[in-house]
Design a protein around this ligand. Sequence first.
Ligand code: IPE
Ligand code: MG
Length: 222
Amino acid sequence: MDGNGRWAKARRLPRVAGHRAGVDAVRRIVRAAPRMGIETLTLYAFSSENWRRPADEVSDLMSLLRHHLLAELEELDSAGARLSLIGDWRAMKPDVVERLENAIESTRGNDRFRLVVALNYGGQDEIVRAAQHLAARVAMGEIAAAEISAEMIEAELDTAELPPVDLIIRSSGEQRLSNFLLWQAAYAEMWFTPVLWPDFDEAVLREAIEAFAQRERRYGGR
Ligand code: IPE
Ligand code: MG
């Protein structure tokens, strides 16, 4: 979800206004996705590198997270949505962690739609954590190093319980992954749009899905 800052700048507004408009876009897309037949949607909300931003911006993003994501949950729950998180979110402030844990727990039984939020997420960090777990198992003598397979690495990733990634969308004209779902992107389709995240709406999402439907996926075959 990129482009909040540029959206605000174009309107001579403070960056936080862009982040607030970004929250409105999240709300629109989370409502539109299940209506369009999307079963799982992952939003890259805060990366493990976003801590490098100025402290006041980090604190604005955290308060938006506290007040909005969590306030939306009741509605998510009544819409049959289940919340999951990926990333090192347990390293966040204890009050945020506690509220997130409650949200995950209270929506656990829902199966109409899966909303995954990537929080304090970095693809390299995720792979590092998986490697540490497997290395610990080798050290304990549970498995041999040579036994480690792609499936075993996958089972250690934050996305272990989630379906494979079909499509990665990036807004705001940037054409890079920026540490998002690095392992999972191996055979994912990518779609880029110049639309800034606060302007992202159902029509843009539809455009992405239509482009995806035209793609021929071969997974290395022919
Ligand atoms: C939102 O957009 C990204 C988040 C951390 C939520 P940006 O803040 O990166 O916006 P630009 O790239 O400055 O336009
Ligand atoms: Mg950006």
